[in-house]
Ligand binder design. Structure first.
Ligand code: UDP
Length: 245
């Protein structure tokens, strides 16, 4: 089946459900097809508008999924609705389950040293059949090739990159050509959630599409970053009026 895309402010989102996306990535994992996934929220879309180099990184992705209710609403406003949110954290959990089932190889990159250690413990406990071939914290020297060399040598099937935006997409885009295989995905603050240092919004908040508000209450310092949301909404209305994507 041909993939369908919805362009929001120049970013091409895949028209998919979580279930279909997971099935697609399962296939690519098993076929060893190199894949770059971006789970994009309004903040990422706004960043592509401000930073052309970042836009080039995102354009390299095989799939951009709608992470955040803002993107889903944006698509609706444009009259090109997307079926549902495909959030990074949930997608990561689904991919870890596939790795566990198929005994595939994982590499984890990112977060503070004590956070990644705790996240690794969680992964080992909850997914005992996957093979964790390596991990590294996210505060390394970018000129040092030892991390990418380790990945090239160990050939993980999945590489989770939790360096935050824009670093994670930049890191993946810069190294993708060097590797033979692997699904590479930027997962933002997901290791902090795996480690238990940051709590995900309770399900009811997620269901009410208020996860963003929960995060703001828990980490008020994020307010400035959240200004991306109203800016995004304005831009989407602009796209609707001009018809330009
Ligand atoms: N991080 C990192 N290296 C850096 C900067 C950030 O590993 O140079 C990690 C940070 O410790 C956190 C994750 O990236 O675990 C996500 O950071 P942030 O909350 O800034 O990004 P977001 O989740 O909003 O994308």
């Amino acid at each position: 089946m041909q993939d369908k895309f919805v362009s929001i402010l120049g970013v091409n989102f895949i028209h998919t459900t979580m279930k279909d996306m997971v099935a697609r990535l399962r296939k690519r994992l098993l076929n060893e097809e190199k894949t770059f996934v971006v789970t994009a929220n309004p903040e990422i879309v706004m960043k592509t508008l401000e930073d052309p180099t970042y836009k080039q990184y995102v354009d390299l992705a095989d799939y951009v999924t709608a992470d955040g209710i803002g993107v889903v609403k944006g698509a609706q406003i444009l009259g090109k609705p997307l079926p549902e949110r495909v959030a990074g954290y949930d997608l990561m959990r689904n991919l870890l389950a596939i790795l566990n089932e198929e005994k595939l190889k994982l590499y984890m990159l990112g977060a503070q040293e004590e956070t990644i250690e705790k996240a690794v413990e969680t992964v080992k406990r909850e997914y005992p059949n996957l093979q964790l071939v390596g991990y590294h914290h996210g505060f390394f020297n970018w000129e040092d090739p030892s991390i990418i060399n380790e990945i090239k040598e160990k050939k993980p099937d999945l590489v989770l990159v939790a360096l935050g935006v824009p670093r994670q997409e930049k890191w993946i885009a810069e190294h993708l050509e060097e590797v033979e295989k692997g699904v590479f995905i930027g997962v933002g603050g997901s290791f902090d959630v795996l480690a238990g240092t940051v709590k995900r919004a309770p399900e009811i908040w997620q269901k009410l599409n208020l996860e963003w508000f929960y995060r703001l209450l828990k980490q008020p310092s994020r307010w400035r970053r959240m200004l991306a949301l109203p800016h995004f909404a304005l831009k989407v209305f602009g796209q609707k009026l001009t018809g330009k994507s």
